[in-house]
Design a protein around this ligand. Structure first.
Ligand code: 5GP
Length: 179
């Protein structure tokens, strides 16, 4: 375990098993369709890469980057698009791949934007769900793990851009935040 972590919440094996399960469900539920998987950078990059390998469909991939104003560990509610999608989503079945749903503000904004652009459907897949953090009424259609109201890092999730490369997910030691 990384020395900055207090404890591990989900091991690499647990994450990979859950990603495989989500891949099987999406494969089953999107039979006959050609979905467009949209990765929300940067946090969802590991999840996206592992998930699409488990989805046996003729899917396409695109990427977008958002940022919410405010401090590193609290969402402010204002979502900025830093990198938009490369291709139109009109008439497409879009699957938004997100790392974690906390307040839900990012996903609410993205879902409305993609529907407004004429997508046929928008489905939300999040690896982690933090239901206690919710500020708006939005739920992922598929999720991997419920997590407590704590700040987690690893498997794409960062603190000040670090720890994204950990293959597992955990909670930082309190002293790491004051360094
Ligand atoms: P929301 O808009 O739902 O509040 O949060 C969206 C984004 O906030 C997530 O995609 C993620 O980047 C960040 N976030 C929320 N909770 C956590 C957390 O526990 N750890 C990390 N590293 N990022 C989080």
């Amino acid at each position: 375990m990384h020395e900055d972590l207090e404890r591990i919440l989900f091991t690499e094996e647990q994450i990979q098993a859950e990603v495989a399960r989500l891949g099987r469900e999406l494969t089953r539920d999107f039979q006959g369709r050609h979905p467009l998987f949209v990765c929300v950078l940067k946090g969802a990059v590991m999840f996206m890469a592992d998930l699409v390998k488990r989805v046996e469909l003729p899917l396409e991939m695109d990427f977008m980057a958002t940022s919410s104003y405010g401090s590193a560990s609290k969402s402010s509610g204002v979502v900025r698009i830093l990198k938009d999608l490369d291709r139109p989503v009109e008439s497409r079945h879009v699957v938004i791949v997100e790392d974690i749903v906390d307040t839900g503000l990012t996903l609410k904004h993205l879902r409305e934007m993609i529907l407004h652009r004429g997508a046929a459907s928008v489905t939300i897949v999040a690896l982690f769900d933090k239901p206690e953090g919710r500020a708006v009424a939005i739920e992922p259609d598929y999720y991997g793990f419920r997590v407590p109201n704590e700040f987690i890092v690893g498997y794409g999730l960062d603190y000040a851009e670090r720890y994204r490369n950990l293959p597992y997910v955990g909670v930082l030691k309190p002293e790491v935040y004051v360094k």
